[in-house]
Design a protein around this ligand. Structure first.
Ligand code: AMP
Length: 565
């Protein structure tokens, strides 16, 4: 295997790379660096994220740029701020010895005047997200007429995010003579069109099969009812004490909720989503990067481009709506040649989507089971014992305290001591998992106490505090009118003249028909679904499986049913 200098890099750069800890070039680096160093060919590199793309284009770029000229010579476009900053940081690390080189990051969510100031001071390399660069161009704060090299990094991601027009505009402002290097994990039609319109006779190289996911990712899925997903997540986390993981949720609300529930339950977790401002996001990312936070719960958009080393697991609380998101999510693990595990928690209805993803990424998913209570306990116990085994003893300092400790424990045998010691930490798990049900769908899932995170469907009802409605009344109505028991009902929010309540998706079809014709203290009850399908209780629908007239106990009534209490 070649080293970096053998690829044609100068000794200075090769040494810098070695110092960072890159010993041998990755396949994309081995193929791209010699080609790009010539500086005279357009280039397309098809490679998944995490394969070492940044050094593959960054090192040749640093060789080609003239640090003695202050003109802006290279432009790198990246889809997200996170990726942009990552690229800048990598380039700065590689080029520590290039004292006159200025690399400036241009991205949204931070002071534009500060970025303008830095660009104007003379930036040979600008790394930008397309939107903010357009702002700078609008203010005539950046001159692209001297650009010699353009890098489009994660081109498919940029197009997915709707940057097509911005890219067109930016490229139109660069000289015809520039050299363009395009990197992309996939090659959809839109990326081909960019290549066709802006590149001439590009060399194309592919690392791995362009439609195959990263082979170092072990793809697994667990089938579990929506209502048991949070409990299943906790089992997976408890079964993997050494996890350093990223959990994906579909919405900001779910993200926040899962993170809060995990924190409340004693996990070292935090959340990353679009409701956080930039400073908050930076703080969370810093804490995750330096491992102060062990589990990060994130939305797809917020987690784009995250490059955090050694993420062991990516967990999907549900299958993403967009198939490509699955690749982007799972690609956060198994970076730089490491192994990683991606686990999707899917409801029985979602299993079909796993088959679709298998076809798209040409990978087989392994179905795994939610660990049982005894399995979790065993794993935790062994992890604890390993910790005891591996702990570093500070002989000098502990020495003075030991006689008293020996005296206190002198009547206890070795085996008894081990038992008691293990129990101190371990009783918590034993208690929690003593009667833990089997959450696997094939098994009996009767975990009535399971904490729910799923929002299910959210309904509006035209009754509230003004009607003397409280949570218990609403639960009673749902049970009696719709046959939907308490365990299927999520958050209830009683307002003044109306209320909201959530119902697990599998039961939500019973709600609107169930309330049809029902009156509450003489008022016609009106129920509507707040998101997704829109129906009103005035329309006919499937009847609930249970008779609406049976077991009615509250002060509500079905009009025409002839009974009123
Ligand atoms: P990238 O695809 O550029 O985002 O790189 C993914 C990760 O691999 C980053 O954390 C890099 O620091 C690391 N990396 C890149 N090239 C090498 C190499 N030759 N040896 C070891 N690690 C590398």
């Amino acid at each position: 295997m070649k080293n970096f200098q053998a690829l044609g890099l100068s000794k200075g750069l090769a040494d810098a790379v070695q110092l960072i800890g890159f010993e041998t070039p990755t396949p994309i680096q081995e193929k791209a660096i010699p080609l790009l160093l010539t500086g005279d060919r357009d280039f397309i590199g098809l490679a998944q994220t995490g394969t070492g793309k940044t050094a593959a284009f960054g090192l040749p770029l640093l060789e080609l740029v003239d640090e003695n000229s202050s003109a802006t010579q290279a432009l790198v476009l990246a889809p997200t701020r996170e990726l942009g900053l990552q690229i800048v940081s990598d380039l700065e690390n590689f080029s520590e010895k290039f004292k006159k080189l200025n690399i400036v990051a241009v991205y949204g969510g931070a002071s534009i005047s500060e970025q303008i100031r830095k660009v104007k001071r003379g930036a040979q390399v600008v790394v930008a997200t397309p939107g903010r660069l357009i702002d700078l161009l609008g203010r005539k704060a950046v001159n692209l007429s001297t650009i010699q090299y353009v890098v489009l990094d994660e081109a498919d991601e940029m197009l997915n995010m709707g940057f097509k027009e911005d890219i067109d505009e930016i490229l139109s402002k660069t000289p015809e003579t520039k050299i363009t290097w395009l990197f992309s994990a996939t090659m959809p039609r839109e990326v081909r069109a960019i290549a066709k319109n802006y590149m001439s006779d590009p060399v194309e190289i592919t690392v791995g099969d362009k439609n195959t996911g990263n082979v170092n990712i072990d793809h697994q899925y667990i089938v579990v009812h929506d209502r048991d997903k949070y409990s299943a997540l906790k089992r997976v986390l408890d079964f993997t004490p050494e996890i350093f993981g990223l959990i994906f949720c579909r919405t900001r609300i779910d993200t926040q909720r899962v993170a809060e529930m995990l924190m409340k339950d004693g996990y070292n977790a935090d959340s990353l989503h679009g409701d956080l401002n930039q400073a908050q996001r930076d703080k969370v990312m810093m804490r995750f990067r330096n491992r102060t936070v062990q589990i990060l719960v994130a939305t797809d958009v917020a987690a784009r481009g995250i490059d955090v080393e050694s993420i062991t697991h990516v967990i999907h609380m549900n299958i993403p709506d967009e198939m490509e998101y699955y690749t982007h999510r799972s690609g956060r693990t198994a970076r730089a040649g490491k192994k990683g595990i991606s686990i999707a928690l899917v409801s029985p209805k979602e299993v079909g989507k796993i088959r679709q993803i298998e076809k798209t990424v040409k990978t087989t998913f392994i179905r795994t089971q939610v660990p049982t209570g005894p399995e979790v306990c065993q794993k935790q116990l062994l992890a604890l014992m390993k910790k005891v085994h591996d702990v570093k003893v500070n002989e000098a300092e502990i020495e003075a305290f030991l006689p008293a400790v020996y005296e206190e424990l002198k009547d206890i045998t070795k085996n008894d001591l081990i038992k008691r010691f293990a129990s101190i930490e371990f009783n918590r798990f034993l208690d929690y998992y003593r009667n833990a049900p089997d959450l696997n769908v094939s098994g009996q899932s009767n975990d009535r106490g399971a904490e729910r995170y799923s929002t299910g469907d959210r309904f509006f009802i035209n009754l509230g505090k003004m009607d003397n409605l409280d949570k218990a009344d609403l639960l009673e109505m749902l049970d009696d009118c719709c046959g939907v028991g308490k365990k299927f009902v999520g958050k209830i929010d009683i307002k003044g003249a109306y209320s909201f309540f959530e119902v697990e998706k599998e039961k939500s079809d019973a709600i609107i028909p169930g309330f049809k014709g029902v009156e509450y203290e003489g008022r016609q009850v009106r129920v509507e679904l707040t998101e997704g399908r829109r129906e009103s209780s005035g329309r006919s629908g499937k009847e609930s499986s249970r008779s609406n007239d049976s077991k009615r106990q509250g002060n509500f009534n079905r009009r025409g049913a002839g009974r009123k209490r």
